[in-house]
Ligand binder design. Structure first.
Ligand code: ZN
Length: 155
């Protein structure tokens, strides 16, 4: 999208707010410095298929809260979490399907969290993958370690 004042395409988000059916963002143009507001009607018709087969409307706020809970007392900024959720929503919109299994959404979050914070990853996994016991948690940790080994072996 372009700046409504000068048509420039680069701008940054200075504030993000969830309303009941849209995300309202205050943006500032990087060229002329003027501010403007955009509304995104996120995945308004997207249905999430839960593990028991029930459908419920996609809820950005709920996803955000879930990640926030998993990130409690971890060095992850609100901005990082917002960005993560934005990426998930963009991916969901790119898929363009009317219904998405909640596990698929959880998997997208985990892909991102794996690169951000290991503790948040395991916390989120235990809720969203419905890990029932230590064996399942351990196999998830092994999976994460494997992934870490593959991507961040230099650390
Ligand atoms: Zn501008």
């Amino acid at each position: 999208m372009n700046c409504p004042h000068c048509g420039h395409t680069a701008h940054r988000v200075i504030d993000t707010r969830d309303t009941s059916d849209a995300i309202r963002r205050r943006r500032q143009c990087e060229k002329c410095g003027q501010r403007f507001t955009t509304y995104e009607h996120v995945a308004a018709n997207l249905l999430v298929i839960k593990s028991d087969g029930r459908r419920e409307p996609f809820d950005r706020q709920k996803l955000l809260s879930g990640i926030q809970v998993a990130s409690t007392k971890r060095p992850i900024s609100r901005e990082t979490i917002e960005h993560l959720v934005d990426q998930i929503v963009e991916s969901l919109q790119a898929i363009g399907r009317a219904e998405v299994p909640s596990k698929a959404i959880g998997g997208m979050v985990l892909d991102q969290l794996a690169q951000i914070d290991q503790v948040a990853y395991i916390r989120f996994a235990s809720v969203y993958l419905n890990l029932h016991d230590l064996t399942e948690v351990r196999s998830e940790i092994d999976r994460l370690m494997g992934r870490m080994g593959a991507t961040t072996s230099a650390e």
